[in-house]
Design a protein around this ligand. Structure first.
Ligand code: FIX
Ligand code: ZN
Length: 421
């Protein structure tokens, strides 16, 4: 049906974006079969590392070690008291908790953590996964799977029960960022490597990667990279990228996902909350994607300053797909600015958002909040077309929104969307 008025247009876009099932291409969530790796519930929500960082700002006299020595429930109580009772929870991460509690139907006027806790104790993980994915309208999530993590490796060794809603991504940070300690972990897994990157070691790294690709069937191979990431580079990282990552991902037909711009452990006492951001050199991205036109690259960058040049670089290289507003960019003001700019430069050949959820329940807020902004930007873009005399069919809008919600990702991978089969 053709859309005839601006009002009709806005209503239809908002409705379509709000209800379109999404593929969430980067999360830290796990299927139930991974046991304790799947985090959910109020105490996990409150002890999200974003909220730990915010709490510590209001508790200058609390020694970090004292916080870490508390039980999870004590930490959650302190965070609740600090960020939700003594202050209003309008930071994005705090607002997220409020959205989740609201979407789960809790009475927010009571502000009673124990009542929320009782609910989470009363449901099983399986029930909760079904409920959250349905409410969030997320059909597929991509996990972050780390073959260097002993607990996770043990789950793969036991044999994972498949749940096609949870797809794998092979994460290899230690290989590229911490070779001086990770080479011995490869050795422990039976690969004949030395710290020196000789021909045999490089061949064994390739064997390690291929073995894990066979085992996990990942949608892509991923790494987070520091803000001073350089390419090409005569370094351990540069050598492993050229000699192992590039040929193995090309042969497997999977993209190499680079998440660039993190400064790890600027405050180690904050643990996971202690990482920061730095501006990166877009030249490194330009050089790697143009040097390997037969490889596919998914790229997200952490600093606001890199966003425009990243979108321009994607215009020049069709093997580069830009994704998400990562971490410190996942705030309404920045999502709106970045999404607007990307749609203006790239049309629908972009993945506007991923959630980065670490706790299952967060799917509710991360996607609710992002959908509202994506819909707002799309209303403006379609509205401009409308003013210029272009009349849209409902089906065309539906198609575009499906692409932005995951269709573009699956086409880039060259794989069918498992949720559609
Ligand atoms: O490296 C990553 O994948 C980051 O997204 C996380 O490790 C980070 O701690 C995070 O949770 C960001 O949202
Ligand atoms: Zn992440």
């Amino acid at each position: 049906m053709t859309i005839r008025t601006k009002e009709q247009l806005n209503d239809f876009v908002k409705e379509t974006v709000a209800h379109c099932p999404v593929t969430d291409i980067h999360t830290h969530l796990f299927a139930e079969s991974f046991g304790d790796l799947l985090l959910w519930g109020i105490d996990e929500l409150l002890t999200y590392h974003y909220l730990i960082a915010e709490t510590m700002r209001f508790r200058p006299d609390l020694p970090y070690e004292q916080f870490w020595s508390m039980t999870k429930q004590e930490q959650a109580d302190l965070i609740w008291q600090t960020l939700f009772i003594e202050h209003s929870p309008y930071s994005e991460a705090c607002r997220g908790v409020v959205t989740v509690l609201n979407r789960l139907g809790f009475d927010l006027s009571k502000r009673d953590l124990n009542e929320y806790r009782a609910y989470f104790r009363s449901v099983t993980a399986e029930e909760h996964i079904n409920r959250i994915m349905e409410l969030a309208k997320v059909k597929t999530v991509v996990m972050t799977n780390d073959p260097f993590d002993d607990y996770e490796r043990a789950q793969w060794d036991r044999g994972i029960r498949q749940d096609s809603r949870f797809q794998a991504a092979l994460r290899i940070d230690p290989l590229l960022n911490l070779w001086d300690t990770s080479w011995s972990k490869l050795k422990d897994q039976g690969y004949n490597v030395t710290e020196d990157l000789n021909e045999q070691t490089l061949a064994e790294i390739r064997r390690f990667l291929k073995d894990w690709i066979k085992r996990m069937d990942p949608l892509y191979m991923a790494v987070s990279l520091p803000s001073d990431f350089a390419y090409p580079e005569a370094s351990v990282r540069g050598t492993i990228i050229d000699e192992c990552i590039i040929p193995v991902t090309r042969e497997a037909g999977i993209p190499f996902a680079m998440m660039i711009g993190v400064k790890r452990k600027v405050n180690p006492a904050l643990r996971d909350a202690g990482d920061s951001v730095g501006k990166s050199d877009i030249g490194a991205v330009e050089r790697i994607v143009s040097r390997y036109p037969d490889n596919k690259f998914l790229v997200t960058m952490l600093s606001r300053e890199n966003q425009h040049e990243l979108a321009v670089t994607a215009r020049k290289n069709r093997n580069l797909l830009v994704f998400g507003c990562w971490w410190f960019l996942n705030n309404p003001s920045l999502i709106e600015e970045i999404t607007r700019m990307r749609l203006e430069l790239l049309g629908g050949s972009v993945i506007p958002q991923h959630s980065d959820c670490r706790i299952l329940d967060q799917l509710l807020y991360k996607w609710d909040h992002s959908r509202t902004i994506i819909a707002k930007v799309l209303c403006d873009k379609y509205g401009d077309l409308f003013d210029a005399g272009w009349r849209l069919e409902e089906d065309e809008i539906r198609r575009d929104v499906e692409d932005l919600s995951g269709g573009t990702f699956w086409k880039f991978l060259g794989r069918p969307d498992p949720a559609l089969s």
